[in-house]
Design a protein around this ligand. Structure first.
Ligand code: GLN
Length: 486
């Protein structure tokens, strides 16, 4: 197995044992990048010299006998929605094509403090709006298991980078499924933490009541490792909760005794692909063999969750994106116009079609006369969705189902049909509306060789239970050990 196919835990062990240096690791991933990136197009930017400098600094620290952080010498790719000091951060949008942030996002600072090697900025749907990464203004990222297909989105670059062995770890963000859905479609592990678990300071906001930053990795252990490195209180984000961060990696191999898995009937209805359903049902059987108990639960309001999400998220986006006006922030038109004309032209040139659509939907549902009918109604549905979960978690420890209704679709297949695209999020948005943690892990492949994801949802701040439950299944299977031939 080459260095690039290894997990972060393996790379840490190799470096600790003196079998590889951080420079060796960085060189291996840079070679992979030169080889496979032209096919995968997972990155918006990557500065090879900077990667080498960071790796050399880690090796120098080790040689000097200085204490090293928990991700020393491990490359971590970062979604291009997270600010990186001195490094262009675009949100895959023309409006931020030249934006160089003067500061690091909290999670980026935590990676630096952990001695990780920041390994490029990954491609995404523009402003994280989409489920295929086709809404990037710059490039279409490809699925490493079949380059004719999409990697999912909006964190498709991060998912493809890990699946395609261009980085062992990556950060993404999840507002309605943007970590779990691409993780499922690319056959890697992805976690959306509880709302408030990870600081959003320096994350360019899409929908502030839903956004969370989270990890991508080859397996559950690595996923826990990266969460441990970035989670925790940060006074610069007032929604970031002051709860201690458990040492997830220490407990994750302890199976949950008598694990009660809630299986919501609403997650197995119309629109679910037969092969995806079969893989998920087989995973549930495996859990039963390992002593878990399956419990029928119902989430009766989940059928309204997608509609509520596609009101709340655009509403918040329309407000958050108001700052990109060519005056305060963002691209300014070269055409001569008055103030209003300059703002309108700058935004028209800078934002792509999906972002413009969201701004229009969001403005509409918030406008006087419509606000009660749409936005306020959606907030009420959101409360009911949360109530469904509260009731279900009285009877189970985790809730399990498919992450997505289908495996990866072909590039272009849904690009002109926004509603078909929105339906990719049907199983993931409820978790964000309720603020819960959710994890996707590989649970099989379709006959065409495409990965299938199993979604596990937990109670607020029960990431530890999710990791232990996920690891129980992972330990009995080898899906996570497979690597695609790109
Ligand atoms: N696909 C969903 C959307 O387009 C979710 C995006 C996300 O989680 N950032 O809004």
């Amino acid at each position: 197995m080459s260095l690039t196919e290894k997990t972060a835990a393996d790379l840490l062990a190799l470096q600790a044992a003196g079998a590889a240096t951080a420079a060796d690791v960085a060189d291996a991933f840079l070679a992979a990048y030169r080889d496979r990136e032209p096919k995968l197009r997972a990155f918006v930017s990557l500065d090879e010299a900077d990667v080498r400098r960071q790796a050399a600094a880690v090796d120098a620290k080790r040689a000097a006998g200085q204490p090293l952080g928990m991700l020393a010498g491990v490359p971590v790719a970062v979604k291009d929605v997270l600010c990186t000091e001195g490094v262009r951060t675009t949100c895959s949008s023309r409006i931020l094509a030249d934006f160089v942030p003067p500061y690091d996002a909290h999670v980026v600072g935590r990676l630096r403090a952990a001695d990780a090697v920041l390994f490029g900025k990954t491609n995404m749907d523009e402003f994280a709006m989409g489920s295929s990464t086709e809404n990037s203004a710059f490039r279409v990222t490809r699925n490493p298991w079949d380059t004719a297909r999409v990697p999912g989105g909006s964190s498709g670059g991060s998912a493809a980078a890990v699946a395609g062995c261009l980085a062992p770890l990556a950060l993404g963000t999840d507002t309605g499924g943007s970590i779990r859905q691409p993780a499922a479609l690319c056959g890697v592990v992805g976690l959306k933490p509880t709302y408030g678990r990870v600081s959003r300071y320096g994350l360019i906001a899409f929908a502030s009541s839903l956004d969370q930053v989270g990890p991508f990795a080859h397996d559950v252990t690595d996923c826990a490792l990266l969460l441990e490195a970035v989670a925790g209180h940060d006074p610069r984000d007032s929604t970031c909760v002051n709860e201690p961060v458990p040492a997830y990696t220490r407990t994750l191999n302890d199976p949950v005794k008598g694990l009660r898995i809630g299986v919501p009937r609403e997650f197995f209805g119309e629109g679910l692909d037969a092969e995806v359903e079969a893989a998920v049902r087989a995973a549930l059987k495996e859990y039963e063999r390992r002593g878990a108990v399956l419990v029928d639960v119902s989430l009766p309001h989940s059928k309204y969750a997608l509609a509520a999400y596609y009101i709340v998220a655009p509403a918040e986006a329309s407000s958050n994106l108001a700052r990109f006006d060519g005056m305060h922030y963002g691209h300014r038109t070269k055409e001569k116009a008055d103030l209003v004309g300059t703002v309108a032209k700058s935004r028209g040139e800078g934002f792509g079609p999906e972002v413009q659509r969201r701004i229009m939907i969001g403005t509409y549902v918030l406008s006087s006369g419509y606000k009660d009918a749409y936005y306020v109604k959606a907030l009420k549905v959101r409360r009911l969705v949360k109530g469904d979960f509260d009731a279900a978690f009285e009877r189970c420890d985790v809730i399990a189902g498919p992450t997505t209704p289908t495996a990866a679709f072909r590039a272009g297949e849904k690009a002109d049909d926004p509603l078909a695209m929105y339906l990719s999020d049907v199983y993931t948005v409820s978790c964000n509306l309720a603020g819960l943690p959710g994890l996707s892990l590989p649970c099989g492949f379709t006959a065409a060789g495409l990965p299938v994801g199993l979604q596990l949802l937990g109670r607020p701040f029960a990431e530890e239970t999710l990791f232990r439950a996920a690891r129980m299944y992972e330990a009995a299977t080898d899906w996570h050990a497979r690597r695609p031939a790109v």
